[in-house]
Design a protein around this ligand. Structure first.
Ligand SMILES: NC(=O)c1ccc[n+]([C@@H]2O[C@H](COP(=O)([O-])OP(=O)(O)OC[C@H]3O[C@@H](n4cnc5c(N)ncnc54)[C@H](O)[C@@H]3O)[C@@H](O)[C@H]2O)c1
Length: 254
């Protein structure tokens, strides 16, 4: 049997990029998937439906930084599917960010990155927890990054937001253990997502540096993250919570 048969998942920020790969893999494993994004959600859903025959994938336009929209996302998923087993908090301001020194980051940009990358995780989890608790359990998977673990410079807002995601994951895992809700973080290394690939020229030096620092010396692609995602989403990880799983080809060792 497929590993996620009968499960219902939400993947935020999944109209494109790595989130789309997570959603497709979960649909392939039998899950019904709601994909939420600020982009026109239609194309993302169509792509997944085309890629996975018989997939049930529902697009939902949602700005995760808005509490009403985050609550609406969970409600719409419940109205449609009647349950929620897995929440993947993947939406973030990332690929569009240019490297900047601390003095060049203005307060508006700092606040926007924090609002989406950290508050969005809080808001979506807050909306999902009562539903999962009432069901007797669930899984929350927060997409962090290896950048706070390595102390990557020139993206202070982004790196700080992802460090916050790791802290939130650990604290929430302890808070929700009695509800049988597992909370884990997945920390990708620099990955050739669509957004990264679109700015390949300006990132060439950085990609080469990261490639050279890895134990496994090649570029990371979205497919490299799918196995860890399915592990965290499925019953294979039922006794795993509060962890940060680093998938970066051995760039940093923990
Ligand atoms: N690509 C990498 O190198 C890398 C490395 C480590 C971590 N990550 C993380 O993995 C995730 C996906 O990365 P990616 O490269 O596909 O990023 P991306 O920037 O290409 O995609 C992020 C997605 O989130 C959506 N989004 C942005 N703001 C939103 C909002 N307010 N509400 C809902 N959706 C919103 C975007 O429209 C986009 O589809 C992100 O959390 C990112 O921080 C990426």
């Amino acid at each position: 049997m497929a590993r996620l048969e009968g499960r219902v998942a939400i993947v935020t920020g999944a109209a494109q990029g790595i989130g789309w790969h997570y959603a497709r893999a979960m649909a392939e494993e039998g899950a019904k998937v709601a994909i939420a994004d600020v982009l026109d959600c239609g194309p993302g859903a169509d792509r997944i439906a085309r890629a996975v025959q018989g997939a049930t994938v529902v697009p939902h336009c949602c700005d995760v930084s808005d509490q009403d929209q985050a609550a609406g996302l969970v409600k719409a998923t419940m109205d449609r599917f009647g349950r929620l087993d897995v929440l993947v908090n993947n939406a973030a301001v990332f690929a569009s960010l240019a490297p900047k020194r601390i003095e060049e980051i203005d307060v508006e940009e700092w606040d926007r990155v924090m609002a989406v990358n950290l508050r969005g995780v809080f808001l979506c989890a807050r909306a999902a927890v009562p539903v999962m608790r009432a069901q007797g359990g669930g899984k929350i998977i927060n997409i962090a990054s290896d950048t706070p673990l390595k102390g990557v410079p020139m993206m202070l807002h982004y790196v700080s937001s992802k460090g916050g995601v790791i802290g939130l994951t650990r604290a929430l895992a302890r808070e929700l253990g009695d509800d049988n809700i597992a909370v884990n973080a997945l920390c990708p290394g620099l990955t050739l997502s669509e957004g990264v690939a679109a700015t390949l020229e300006s990132r060439a030096d950085n990609l080469a540096r990261v490639r050279g620092a890895r134990a496994l010396k090649r570029d990371q692609v979205p497919e490299d993250l799918v196995g860890a995602m399915l592990f965290l989403a499925s019953s294979d990880s039922d006794f795993v919570t509060g962890q940060s799983i680093v998938v970066n080809g051995g760039d940093s060792l923990h």
